[in-house]
Design a protein around this ligand. Sequence first.
Ligand SMILES: [Zn+2]
Length: 319
Amino acid sequence: MARRHLAGVFLLSLAVGFLPGAVRAEAPDYHLAPEAVADGVYVLWGAQDALTPENGGAIANSGFIVGDEAVLAIDPGPTALFAQQLLDTIRGVTELPVKEAVVTHHHPDHAFGIEATVEAGIPVLMHPAAAKLLAREGETLLGFMTELVGEAWTAGTRIGAPTLAVETPQTIDLGGRAITVTPMTGGHTPGDLIVFDEKTRTLFAGDLVFIGRAATVPHADIPTWRAHVAALKAMNWRELVPGHGPLVNDPAMLDTLDAYLAYLDDFARTAWNRGDSPAEALMEPLPERFRGLAQVDVEFQRSLLSLFERFETHPPEPR
Ligand SMILES: [Zn+2]
């Protein structure tokens, strides 16, 4: 049984933090390959890996939806370069203009292409709470991203601001195709958006759904997130594109995510109330059913540390 030691987390983050970035003479290529998951609905699949110089930060799923008159882009990705290459990729599929772009939340792997998208003349929609967090944390997070993936990828990336705030559900008309953008507040982050294509009943759920990868909780409210997962399960979609992981075609595929969030929440509260240090808590092995999740060792440690940090100012209720 692998034991998770707190010291390991710090050593790992130091090691990762000081990895040299990729040194390349010219701009690297994300080699974006859109897959049609439904009629006119395309996904660019992110790697189920950490942020590395190999993937340039492209670890989250992005996508676009093509109507009769216009296109909607979803999550312009981790860098300006990704956003530009996403727009090039869209132009390779259709001559129709990109009307708007939705950014599901402020996390770097989804949102750092905002400025390049706005510069391309495309209005960017975001939850107002996400816009606030991006403005507050963006520069710091971009520094981390550059350390992890290398400057060749992040060159030219600037923390932008979205152009439109989505506070209530909105419908975007792409010509013969209605897309609904709905705020989901306070779950994975304080400000997530989901995107629903009525025509094919395809739902882009952003990071409210992780499949096959450990969910990240540094900005999460876990009980609210679990309520959102239950709401997502009950929605009338045929296919769901998660923020991370493969296409979902059965609501039961969300059960592992919900169980992982429940376990993490309960584990952290119990360990805190028992007076454990993070290192002591992490001696307990992870249940079998979660061990296959990508990045789970690193993410579980990181999650526990961030929950413990929060408990210092907001102690959990004893149970
Ligand atoms: Zn996220």
